[in-house]
Design a protein around this ligand. Sequence first.
Ligand code: PRX
Length: 650
Amino acid sequence: MTNENITSVLTEKRTFAPNTDFINQANLIKKEYERLLWKSGTDFEGFWAELAEKNIFWFKKWEKILEWNEPFSKWFIDGKTNVSYNCLDRHLKDKSNKPALIWIGENKEKRNLTYRELFVEVCKFSNALLKLGVKELDRIVIYMPLIPEAVVAMLACARIGAVHNVVFGGFSKEALADRINDSKAKIVITADGGYRRGQIVPLKTNVDEALKKCSSVEKVIIAQRTKNKIEIKSDRDLWYHELISNLPADNPAKELDSEHPLFILYTSGTTGKPKGILHTTGGYLLWTTITSKWIFDLKDSDVYWCTADIGWITGHSYAVYGPLSCGATVLIYEGAPNYPDWGRFWEIIEENKVNIFYTAPTAIRAFMKTGDEWIKKYDLSSLRLLGSVGEPINPEAWMWYHKNIGKEKCPIVDTWWQTETGGILISPLPGVIVTKPGSATFPLPGIFMSVVDKNGKEVKPDEGGFLVITKPWPAMLRTIYGDDERYKQTYWKRIKNAYFTGDGARKDKEGYFWLLGRVDDVIKVSGHLLSTMEVESSLVSHPFVAEAAVVGYPHDIKGEALCAFVVLKQSANTDHHLFSEELKNHVSKEIGPVAKPDQIKFTESLPKTRSGKIMRRLLRDVASGKQTLGDTTTLEDVSVLEKLRAEEEE
Ligand code: PRX
């Protein structure tokens, strides 16, 4: 790990202070923010105790706030609570008839579920799971389109203490099989199909294929969505709607330990297979609840829309658990932003009078490219707050979002966090913080972060370094499922006494954090974290391919795009152009369309160090058309690089 790639060239000077109207109604105001900062600095555990008491319903109060044996933490020890209870039951008194979910289908269907209705659905489905013999701690895979049943399934697992493992519906059968096997899931909940840009995604067929390689699964539950023809295995498969009919509409939420596992969610790692990030109950619930309140400024009257799919952490924390725990009205949309046209999101905002809108820079950049006419057609005046997540938002995109969507009146919260952090750690507080386009601003109260060199020493203002977290926080991952050692090695061994995020950052002279992207071989494409290693191993699984190296290069819309350098086997006598397409499709089939390389470059050999490590840094330069400025002395054979460049120029 070196510092060499982390140079920051941004010199953004514009600032935006919160306006008085917003400040006057904000959930968190400056005085309270300052008190919280002070309290977290002077009485760390007291700070968390106060928040946990005020924001969460506990069946039994905790005995102790924190047990910290680096890198393992336990929060709210001996406290008993239930996430589903906090998201549903506690709102029934005041909000029974308030919409909890507004669901919009790709074909413009709409379903509203009030808090009472969602509660009933969750109770029924959790009764169904119990009837199938699901026990506390059993793992349940959810591989579904974004339909209300998917949210119901998550909350039903939480209600009975089963551990869900949501697998993004865009993942292939291979990726699904790996995730089922790693978590040893007992049940898979899926749908007959899902809609994506007018096509049917054959979810159930993918499950059938995946299960040929998975022995742990006893039952498959199928929600009916597309009504396409599917095969039913009578001893294994059950229809969701048949299963819940006639089941009781009540099921008391289990009183679970604060450290009871809530879910596993797989994320790409730099090396090896995907990592099963494990989150638990009390701490995760507390942090997603208060960050939703503070950052999104949720009010009872708001319609809140987070565009993320539940297959990602953003969907877990800010489309389901955080906002429902706050009693908000949450909109979820099944389809793509450009189906049937690029006006779809704005039409949804107009029709549903959305007040708070949380999306990703990759979507924002795509909208910028398609032009303003789609936006001008719709009335976006209901919006009062905008959010961004998933990758650095470049100042041009920030300004575009501010002007065209926020009409210069909505604060923008650029929220930095990770699957591992469970909830947002760096973000402006919309009624308090002066924003700078492109900066996620400051760590939230209770969160201690720093930018350091490889020895863990804080770097000077405006110098690039590694972003680390120096104190535990309640929503932190507890481990990598089934692999404590990998958890230690990945996050806690690279920088002493700190959690290493894998990101580069710099702090400016006023202490604002500027994120600089990943420092290793993980790439963010369209907001999805991909490990280069996984794409490489998929390429190499093609019989013609001898070796492959994958790197990212800057891309206008996706943020980063994938370039694959491929060495063919001698026996592979193929037309490069045709084969390039075949290889792209091969990866798309194996991992999923997000992982499909944008470019494939065939080469005779790859640049390697003497110890045999591929020098991806050099390949990144070639892919992005840059001259190599860095050190090439460790390169085993310099002519490889020259040849690569020559091939480029041909
Ligand atoms: O590199 C950072 C980037 O996304 C990574 C985490 O990805 P994932 O686990 O998929 O979670 C995404 C949704 C929380 C981080 O290590 N990232 C996320 N948000 C931002 C960001 N980079 C810059 N600015 C952000 N706001």
